[in-house]
Design a protein around this ligand. Structure first.
Ligand code: SF4
Length: 376
């Protein structure tokens, strides 16, 4: 991210990034459960490859701040166990929240018991999301990577309990903790909206997560691991990946990094075949969308089964007010073009740093359809 500020005023993100880099989580060299998003990226970490890229991610830092605030509040108000460490030889992690059940809580001093015990020991992970991903969260819930991460936490707790380390020796003495529930709590970074997904702990999914880590450990070098994303400029996770240059190499000047995937005409042939297949699927999907759009044109906004139909757009459109622009040119002592040319006058006003006077027009923006998942 490039950060611009008034001359001489440092960007607050410079401080935030420096502080973030010093966090123990940023300096950790062992694989963490939260590293299991991309196999290639996890392999870089597993093989001790030095980071090749340093990109400031304000969204990630804001996510960290939100976590810290919410977990502190959960501890203070609900007395949940928060930010607790788990580890074994393969992976380690910091669990956002553990809500104990009554039977397990009774083994701890009262100061560590939840105000309201859970029905079953529950491991919770908090995820912050932007608005543009929110519909996906409501419709599809946690991603495979998010479920993998939280099942690893639960698996570590079930197998070994809390890590025996300073600050949590008392809960470490519990030994293995019988986790039965998984909770993903999604927070919309822009609106604060909250969506909670709870599922039973799934031993098969935990085994799959362990298998995923085994695959990484079997690689002789990071290049043997699969790239799970399409690279900088296409997937945000790559835009902020500390191994992006190691992963994609350096392309020819002015070319996207994905050009490094083409090494022969056979690679081009394969890429074009993929393009043609995708184009066919896309055009078939687009035909369905266009048909549905026309079919529901007269349908009112309402819930229809699992989806909610919403209509947007049709907002008044403003246009430059020619008469007021001429007045403003006069006041600002600008030369009005000989032939009143609206576009040129708008440009001249903008170049002079003056506001463009607007007036309502008779036009409206296009009507837009929005189909969002229904949630109670
Ligand atoms: S750049 Fe993207 S694909 Fe490569 S390691 Fe990082 S996250 Fe994975």
């Amino acid at each position: 991210m490039s950060v611009t500020t008034l001359t001489g005023v440092p960007s607050i993100w410079t401080a935030a990034d420096a502080a973030d880099q010093r966090r123990p989580r940023s300096q950790q060299t062992q694989i963490g459960a939260s590293d299991t998003v991309c196999e290639r990226r996890c392999a870089y970490k597993y093989h001790g490859h030095p980071p090749t890229d340093h990109v400031v991610s304000p969204a990630a830092i804001l996510g960290t701040y939100t976590h810290a605030g919410l977990t502190a509040a959960a501890k203070q108000e609900f007395n949940w166990l928060v930010e607790r460490k788990v580890a074994d030889a393969q992976v380690r992690g910091s669990i956002d929240i553990v809500q104990l059940d009554a039977a397990t809580a009774r083994k701890l001093p009262s100061r560590l018991r939840p105000l309201i015990p859970a029905e079953a020991v529950t491991v919770e992970d908090i995820k912050t999301k932007s608005t543009w991903l929110w519909d996906n969260v409501l419709r599809y819930g946690a991603t495979d990577a998010e479920l993998r991460q939280v099942h690893l936490y639960a698996d570590l707790l079930r197998a070994a309990g809390f890590e025996d380390r300073k600050g949590q020796q008392v809960i470490a003495r519990l030994g293995p903790v019988p986790v039965e529930r998984i909770r993903l709590r999604f927070i919309n970074r822009d609106s604060g909206a909250e969506f909670v997904q709870e599922i039973d702990y799934d031993p098969a999914r935990a085994a799959e997560a362990r298998w995923w880590l085994d695959r990484v450990a079997e690689t002789a070098c990071p290049d043997e691991a699969r790239r799970d994303f399409n690279g900088p400029g296409l997937d945000a996770v790559c835009d902020f990946c500390p191994f992006a240059t190691a992963c994609w190499g350096i392309p020819a000047p002015g070319r996207p990094v994905q050009t490094t995937l083409i090494r022969s005409d056979a690679d081009v042939e394969k890429a074009l075949a993929d393009y043609v297949t995708a184009q066919k699927q896309w055009s078939e999907a687009d035909r369905i969308k266009k048909l549905v759009r026309k079919m529901v044109d007269a349908s009112p906004e309402a819930r229809y089964g699992p989806n909610v139909l919403k209509w947007g757009g049709e907002n008044p459109v403003e246009e430059p007010d020619l008469a007021k622009m001429i007045e403003l040119f006069d006041i600002a002592e600008l030369v009005v073009p000989l032939k009143a040319d609206q576009d040129q006058m708008v440009k001249l006003l903008k170049d002079a740093g003056l506001p463009v006077p607007m007036r309502p027009s008779r036009r409206k923006t296009a009507r837009t359809i929005r189909i969002v998942p229904y949630r109670e």
